[in-house]
Design a protein around this ligand. Structure first.
Ligand SMILES: [Zn+2]
Length: 391
């Protein structure tokens, strides 16, 4: 599987197997045509419109879509956004999605299906659009509990019901994921709450009958994290933890993964792999945690796409301290197939650029560069998620 390829424009050999890239955290793509307004909204992580009279095309990501995605739609690079939108509509969403996701060269997609957006396609679409790819689901824990509570549950039954619902949802899944960073923050007491505290909190939550069954109570979130940890431990699959950069729902400083340190100490003896997703701008903290705790893994996820031309610098910062056997690739692509393509392209380019620098200074040799590229690109993911990439 480990074919090599020249990645360097300057003649330095940085081999990387670009066929076997594993995207260990991404989402579905939109399965309808996008008007100019709707497409522009997906370019930003913000669900709010751009400042008056301005456009999200004027961002690092917007620039790179015009530069690198336009040619895949038979356009010249740097076409005006209006022409890009027109061409997308001419081709139709199915063709656009197939071209861009196919061109990513990703060998395995681990798809978080927990976003409440009915127009996002899921696991089945990826299986049919990229038949040679390995496609697995990642279960978002908060969504499972919210669906369970909205269907009706007695507060006294809540602790057991959560355990059953999580166990059922994880059958066949590649991993569980928590978005506690969005709902409360990563500063969590490092032990499960008592049964009585959970029932009291569940009573309060159910009694408020909110319009949206959004789990935000810190006791219930902590309970769910521990139910999830026990469930993934039994199934020998990892737990993904969103940290850092995301949409305006989160409060950034509360998503610093170093806030998880007490929980990481408590979970270290359990043998559960904790995957810190995205982490930006705290990717250096995350790299430190991955260096200190044998069960902690890291990526920079969507920061690659949103940093655009600066992606190599972001990846270089993660690679300052994080061990090579602890780093993974993810795009966190959501909605736009452009993000699947660009994420993979930027990761390969960034990795090649960092390794070229190390080669130039004689810090590693070509064999070392190849080994690191394969570890980050697919080997670490294959090992931790137990993926069969030979099929
Ligand atoms: Zn995500």
């Amino acid at each position: 599987m480990a074919t090599t390829r020249q990645m360097s424009a300057r003649g330095i050999r940085v081999p990387i197997d670009d066929r076997a890239l594993v995207d260990h955290h991404c989402h579905g793509v939109i399965s309808h045509d996008l008007t100019a307004d709707r497409l522009e909204r997906w370019i930003s992580e913000s669900y709010l419109p751009a400042a008056g009279g301005c456009s999200y095309w004027d961002t690092p990501l917007g620039a790179l879509i015009r530069a690198h995605c336009a040619p895949l739609l038979d356009l010249d690079p740097f076409v005006p956004p209006v022409r890009y939108v027109e061409r997308r509509l001419e081709l139709g969403f199915e063709e656009v999605n197939r071209r861009l996701v196919g061109a990513s060269g990703v060998r395995a997609f681990l798809i978080d299906t927990g976003i409440r957006e009915p127009a996002l396609c899921g696991v089945q679409w990826f299986q049919s659009a990229v038949p040679r790819a390995v496609v697995r689901e990642v279960v978002r824990l908060e969504r499972i509990v919210e669906e369970m509570v909205s269907a009706g549950v007695d507060a006294n039954d809540y602790p057991d019901a959560v355990g059953i619902a999580v166990e059922r949802a994880l059958r066949g899944a590649a991993a569980a994921k928590t978005v506690v960073a969005y709902r409360w923050g990563l500063e969590l007491e490092p032990s499960a709450p008592s049964q009585g505290d959970v029932i009291d909190a569940a009573s309060r939550w159910v009694a408020t009958r909110p319009q949206q069954w959004r789990l935000t109570d810190p006791v219930l979130l902590r309970h769910l994290v521990w139910v999830g940890i026990e469930a993934v431990r039994e199934r020998r699959i990892p737990m993904q933890v969103h940290s850092g950069f995301g949409d305006p729902d989160l409060t950034l400083h509360r998503t610093d993964p170093s806030l998880l340190t007490p929980l990481l100490r408590a979970t270290q003896p359990l043998g559960v792999a904790i995957m810190l997703l995205h982490c930006y701008p705290y990717h250096r903290q995350a790299g430190y945690l991955a260096a200190m705790f044998p069960h902690v893994y890291v990526d920079v996820g969507l920061a690659l796409n949103h940093a655009g031309p600066s992606a190599p610098r972001v990846l270089a910062e993660l690679m300052e301290l994080a061990p090579f056997h602890k780093q993974l690739y993810s795009s966190d692509a959501v909605g736009l197939a452009e993000l699947h393509y660009l994420g993979a392209r930027l990761f390969r380019r960034s990795l090649a650029q960092v390794l070229e620098g190390w080669l130039t200074h004689g810090d590693i040799d070509a064999d070392g560069a190849e080994r690191i590229a394969m570890q980050l690109g697919w080997r670490n993911a294959q090992r931790v998620y137990d993926l069969n990439l030979e099929a």
